[in-house]
Design a protein around this ligand. Sequence first.
Ligand SMILES: Cc1cc2nc3c(=O)[nH]c(=O)nc-3n(C[C@H](O)[C@H](O)[C@H](O)COP(=O)(O)O)c2cc1C
Length: 385
Amino acid sequence: MADLSKITNIEDLRVIAKRRVPKMFYDYADSGAWTEGTYRANESDFQKIKLRQRVAVNMEGRSTRTTMIGQDVAMPVAIAPTGLTGMQHADGEILGARAAKAFGIPFTLSTMSICSLEDIAENTDRHPFWFQLYVMKDRDFIERLIERAKAANVTALQLTLDLQILGQRHKDIKNGLTAPPKPTIKNLINLATKPRWCMGMLGTKRRTFGNIAGHAKGVKDLSSLSAWTSEQFDPALSWADVEWIKKLWGGKLILKGIMDVEDARLAANSGADALIVSNHGGRQLDGAPSSIAALPAIVEAVGSEIEVWMDGGVRSGQDVLKARALGARGTMIGRSFLYGLGAHGQEGVTRALQIIHKELDITMAFCGRTQIDTVDSSILLPGTF
Ligand SMILES: Cc1cc2nc3c(=O)[nH]c(=O)nc-3n(C[C@H](O)[C@H](O)[C@H](O)COP(=O)(O)O)c2cc1C
């Protein structure tokens, strides 16, 4: 086991991941749409919110334990669904799910994952996990995918609503992103500098979209697979589809990608169990506000009817605390998880979770609170949020 004790924050993990992960996959994670303004604001808007330091308050017996949709969590953090995670590190989704399980927080598998639903179930002793669904035009495929999720012991479905079409990410186009990478000279030269990553990939058979390959009609090889995926995202997705998915699934449903109060009201009326204030980590509509800036109005509008969570820019336990103070019952982490994974595999994810937990616990204490469930906006300095 590597000694990761000198890795003290998420930025350390990002720097190591950048060194170890092939350029096209590192860039895929560390990028946003168009000018990346929303991507940057997700992080920088957290910094503007200031905390009230309290002293001489008994700080013993602290706990960050709480619940998200009724499920016990060691802290109000879940791993967000991220596509191509098994390209950041071989078998990345399995490693992420194992680290989350050991830490006591939920793991969400993306539709666009490398490891399949069945891979996660088999390699985590069928420990419950969450699954994120993209609605594809091929509705038979969706029906079968939902059945597979049930069989794999998925306990909550996250339906992503903000990717009917793809926000343009310049780096992915320039890098010619594919899974696995095409053997071009440029890629081979870059891969030659990433021996650990290459060894990992040689040791696994999971190198393309595991939930899709072998399951979608007409998909036989890599080129038919990429053609299928790029034309399958459904621009006609509507609230009627949300109702259809809700019936088909029949279990806990979380709606992901809500940024507007009107949509939040529709989400609450849909009967879903939670909504996630999310701009997809700044990867879709550049020019949208940061998630943390959008959160308070949505909490005020529907917070008493539905659990409101947020993601986007969470890089520390302080960010988790601020989100919680502004009414988010839970948060999700995308890049903080991916950087840990790219840097050190499962141990790196565990390290990321330890870092966030420690920052959350200590900051909560500085703010004079010992229980996460008692945190509200009174820990924040008025005028800064
Ligand atoms: C590399 C990458 C891939 C992603 N893939 C998906 C996906 O397949 N499905 C989805 O709903 N969201 C996806 N997201 C968005 C995340 O679920 C989450 O909303 C976002 O990462 C949160 O922002 P953060 O990375 O700043 O924590 C992806 C994000 C990243 C960074």
